[in-house]
Design a binder for this molecule. Structure first.
Ligand code: CP
Length: 297
């Protein structure tokens, strides 16, 4: 049987399928519905650090009656003994989990053997493949507030070039019809995606329905950045937030570097929905696990 389900990216996700996921996630949130233990496991292969994605996938597994089995970092796994990624995946699959969830960098390339895997593989933030469940939970959070994302305007701030959350939003915006523009230093703009930008942050803030600041991905920078002066020119603070509409929303996928991408005043800003995004992660991931199991995703 060829590999047919799971979620690696959002390029081929249809609007109808995404709304089916959102409707299920909303139902799971409103009903609190959980499934009884099914005697099946989900392998969470987290080779890069994570708090939100890992914990929400673990919670989503418990809510779906799946036992999460966590591999956290290479240390302690046989990757440390030079086992290949191909053998790692095939051996994990041989233990018959319901799904493998992967957080990794680009070194973990499954393209040569993906077709041989029969179980769903879900991207939980995986190098250039993006971070599709983060983009989905962001959009789900907005969809609950607005009912539709068609024609809505999202301003991205900060390190867009190194952000896999941003790359997944570029794919999702295409399916759901929202427009993305940016305000960022030249070095933080993607080189391969035509993106409308603003010269002044105030113009971008006045234009948007929601602004999302992105984490400065220091681990992916070739030249170290000066974080101490970043916020003044490129981050969001109370002074700049005055340019946002009263009904605009402030987002960040986390983890936030307070004082860099956002200042702490933004925590108290009633327009901030950062913790709503975190809560959405549980239901989007629970819904995705259910749909992957049912073969409907
Ligand atoms: N947003 C996000 O992926 O956060 P974590 O790295 O904590 O999972």
């Amino acid at each position: 049987m060829p590999h047919s389900s799971g979620l690696l990216g959002l390029k081929s996700a249809s609007k109808d399928k995404i709304f089916e996921l959102f409707q299920l996630a909303r139902h799971l949130k409103e009903s609190g519905e959980t499934s009884s233990p099914r005697g099946q496991s989900a392998v969470l292969l987290f080779l890069e650090p994570s708090t939100r994605t890992r914990v929400s996938f673990e919670m989503a597994c418990f809510r779906e009656g799946l036992h999460p089995v966590l591999i956290q970092g290479r240390m302690g796994s046989s990757l440390e003994k030079d086992e290949s990624y191909e053998d790692t995946f095939l051996n994990l699959e041989a233990m018959n989990p319901a799904v493998i969830v992967v957080r990794a960098n680009d070194d973990v390339d499954v393209s040569s053997f993906l077709k041989r895997l029969k179980i769903p593989v879900i991207n939980a933030g995986w190098g250039v493949r993006g971070h599709p469940t983060q983009a989905l939970l962001d959009a789900f959070t907005l969809w609950q507030k607005w009912s539709s994302l068609e024609g809505k305007k999202l301003l991205l701030l900060g390190d867009i070039r190194h952000s896999r959350v941003a790359s997944s939003h570029f794919e999702l915006a295409h399916a759901l019809g929202y427009e993305i523009r940016a305000f960022a230093p030249k070095d933080f703009l993607p080189s391969d995606i035509p993106l409308k930008t603003f010269e002044q942050m105030s113009d971008g803030l006045g234009w948007c329905d929601a602004v999302m600041a992105l984490r400065t991905q220091k681990e992916r920078h070739r030249v170290p950045m000066d974080a101490s002066s970043f916020n003044e020119s490129w981050g969001l603070n109370a002074r700049q937030a005055r340019h946002l509409r009263k009904d605009a929303l402030v987002m960040h996928p986390g983890p936030v570097h307070w004082g860099t991408e956002l200042t702490t005043e933004i925590k108290e800003d009633s327009r901030s929905i950062i913790l709503d995004q975190v809560e959405s992660g549980i239901y989007i991931r629970q819904a995705l696990l259910r749909m992957c199991q049912a073969g409907t995703w």
